[in-house]
Design a protein around this ligand. Sequence first.
Ligand SMILES: NC(=O)c1ccc[n+]([C@@H]2O[C@H](COP(=O)([O-])OP(=O)(O)OC[C@H]3O[C@@H](n4cnc5c(N)ncnc54)[C@H](O)[C@@H]3O)[C@@H](O)[C@H]2O)c1
Ligand SMILES: [Zn+2]
Length: 348
Amino acid sequence: MKIILPSSTAPLRRLSRMLKGKAYSEARFFIILDENTYQHCLAPLVAQVEPLQMSELIEVPAGEAGKEPAIAAQVWESLCESGADRHSVIVNLGGGCVSDLGGFVAAAFKRGVRHINIPTTLVGMADAAIGGKTALNIGGFKNQAGFFHQPDIVCIDPEFLQTLPPDELTDGVFEMLKTFLIAGSDLYGPLCDSMLGVNPTLPPDMIAACAEIKNAVVKADPYDLGTRHILNFGHTFGHAIEAFSLQQGTPLSHGRAVGIGMAAALALSVGKLGLNAAIAERYREVAARLTPMPHYSLADSENILRFMRQDKKNAAGEIRCVLLKEPGAPVIDLAIDENEIRQALLRL
Ligand SMILES: NC(=O)c1ccc[n+]([C@@H]2O[C@H](COP(=O)([O-])OP(=O)(O)OC[C@H]3O[C@@H](n4cnc5c(N)ncnc54)[C@H](O)[C@@H]3O)[C@@H](O)[C@H]2O)c1
Ligand SMILES: [Zn+2]
């Protein structure tokens, strides 16, 4: 897998050169996109990447509606009708929903064809496009079916973010904060400063650094058997908060729910692992700037706990989660007492 990171040379130009190489001489390209990336991202892509100019386009519904088995089946049918073969290459132009679906489609088509991810959201660039996890939702439950199928190339061009709605950007910022915290990156402080400032900015170097960290974590544990679990920091709380918000009829995006979940996980880390309280406090300040922090009642915390008990990372009837001893020193698979969880939620 090759990652093309934003640097002095335009990423899309570099992709273009790679696709003109021998490895793709027999390839036919199929671009999977949604209505928004069709509108905003296709023209800049084909203007700079000549080999993709004659690609066939397959449009799928935007968002989670695209990550459905019925949609995957439609894409396979389109591929068959167009005579796609084992040399065909799927090009995913979109956010995490497009790359999860397109990666899944590629993993199964003809027992596996190559795919290229061109993320167009910050979540995609910092997280979803990298790592080879592909997924479909089943019966309303997220990511129930999937393969590990590494993309051939991930090409990150932050220019695509120009048209991304600000709310979507915030989701990606939370995943970046997570990555920098667990890795102990020097960029965590500057990212917090930027988000607390009057004019938050996201330098391409910061996005590149985040993508590199994610890639390094994945390389060390591609099948998510151990160390890769550090990427779940904030997610045990986050998934439960996401499900609870949906149940309450006030749905929070995944990124925001994880952002709130990280505040709870950091508070718990102070009490349980001796994390410096100032770190948890500063994070909370940043998170509150990005999204309103909820005030949970005892009944709410009970409800959230119920969702946490269903988490697939639990073992032996215990709730397991990732906490932080200090930035760069996450502890995985820690069994947490339910009372501690209640307290962390009530203190949000
Ligand atoms: N596989 C992984 O490792 C992994 C990691 C994190 C998240 N995910 C998955 O990713 C999904 C979320 O991804 P996401 O946050 O990128 O959401 P998304 O793919 O739904 O994109 C968000 C919205 O932005 C639109 N959009 C995309 N790019 C745009 C652009 N440049 N300009 C204007 N609009 C644009 C999309 O059409 C969509 O409406 C979830 O399903 C999640 O489970 C997967
Ligand atoms: Zn996440």
